[in-house]
Design a protein around this ligand. Structure first.
Ligand SMILES: *Cc1c(COP(=O)(O)O)cnc(C)c1O
Length: 353
């Protein structure tokens, strides 16, 4: 990639994170300790839930959440097709069978009507991710009568009808991977108002100093990750405000083109800015890069393309036509102009005569 190329995503990291991590390193207490405990408390205060447990990643947060709900071999868990393989892995780690559902082509979130069709006697839970920063219609999922794991990996700070993510599920998970809204390098967190569920997460995330043996995991977060997370949490409101500002520029610039922009929703945090184009997305990726802008397919490959079934037509169509363009807090005014002009050029070039 040319060094002038605008990347698809870029971390926002300052002296505050460097100082916080250095301070922890200097104490010599670097594994899970006080800093993790403080991060858990600050995070659950921000979300407005009673309990939180930090873990090593979003994937391990999902795995332990499934175990906490009693999901295991012989059970089925419904997940969307249009999502990263982390969900598929977590369900397999638990021993349960994943059941893949289609998405709503407008919101890109898992489709509740399709979910309902795939419920069987063995269905034990649903995992509902808020994709790309837009909160799913959680009321619909709650009405299905199954435990819901709310996956907020792409939607920390997003709202629906004023209500924050992390407050909708029986149990809710977050990810702090390097390219997420808030980054700790790697990291995850589980929140719930159920003390019992969070106790089970704590039981399983570490193995040492136990009177009785059962299979446990080493899924802990370190104190230096937590120190970084605390600083990123402070910056989250500014990150979200800037992303919304950039999304507004894009909405205005692309309004007259025949591309479909993300839904305009008050609580959207625009973790990704996804447009739907007429032509195949492969051509768009190449042309945008030739114009100095690195874009991506929002999802590398839909889950049903790996393991079936073949009946997720909305996901297939979105996979062919959805393009994710750069949006991140440190995108400069100049870079925004370059993205807009690259997109207009690509549009004119690829548009049918
Ligand atoms: C990134 C992501 C995960 C997994 O998080 P990791 O920290 O990378 O394990 C889970 N669900 C969704 C929706 C994600 O975007």
């Amino acid at each position: 990639m040319n060094t002038d190329t605008i990347p698809h995503s870029r971390l926002t990291l300052g002296q505050e994170e460097i100082a916080a991590v250095s301070r922890v390193l200097a104490t010599g207490q670097i594994a899970q300790g006080d800093e993790v405990a403080v991060f858990e408390r600050e995070f659950s205060d921000m979300v407005g839930v009673k309990y939180a447990a930090a873990v090593s990643s979003g994937t391990t947060a999902l795995h332990l959440s499934l175990l906490a709900l009693g999901v295991g071999a012989g059970d089925e868990v419904i997940i969307p097709s249009y999502v990263c393989t982390a969900l598929l892995n977590a369900v397999h780690h638990s021993g349960a069978t994943p059941v893949i559902a289609d998405i709503d082509p407008n919101t890109l979130n898992i489709d509740s009507i399709d979910v309902e069709k795939r419920i069987t006697k063995r269905t034990k839970a649903l995992i509902v991710p808020h994709m790309f920063g837009l909160v799913a219609d959680m009321g619909r999922f709650a009405s299905l009568g199954l435990p819901v794991i709310e996956d907020c990996a792409q939607a920390v700070g997003a709202r629906r009808n004023g209500k924050l993510t992390g407050t909708f599920g029986q149990i809710s998970i977050f990810s702090f991977y390097a390219t997420k809204m808030m980054a700790c390098g790697e990291g995850g967190l589980v929140v719930s108002d159920s003390q019992e569920l969070i106790e089970r997460i704590r039981e399983n995330r570490e193995y040492d100093n136990r009177n009785t043996y059962s299979v446990r995991y080493n899924y802990k977060m370190t104190d230096f990750q937590a120190a970084m997370g605390r600083q990123q949490l402070r910056k989250l409101p500014a990150f979200i405000a800037r992303r919304r500002e950039i999304a507004t520029f894009y909405n205005q610039a692309f309004g007259k083109l025949n591309v479909k922009c993300p839904l305009i929703e008050k609580g959207h945090i625009y973790y990704r800015y996804i447009i739907k184009v007429e032509q195949g997305v492969e051509q768009w990726l190449g042309q945008m890069l030739a114009n100095g802008v690195s874009c991506a397919r929002p999802i590398f490959k839909p889950l049903h393309h790996y393991i079936g079934p073949n009946d997720c037509p909305n996901t297939d169509s979105i996979y062919e036509h959805a393009l994710s363009i750069p949006i991140f807090p440190s995108l400069s005014e100049k870079e925004i102009k370059i993205v807009i002009s690259a997109l207009k050029q690509t549009y004119n070039r690829l548009k049918p005569n």
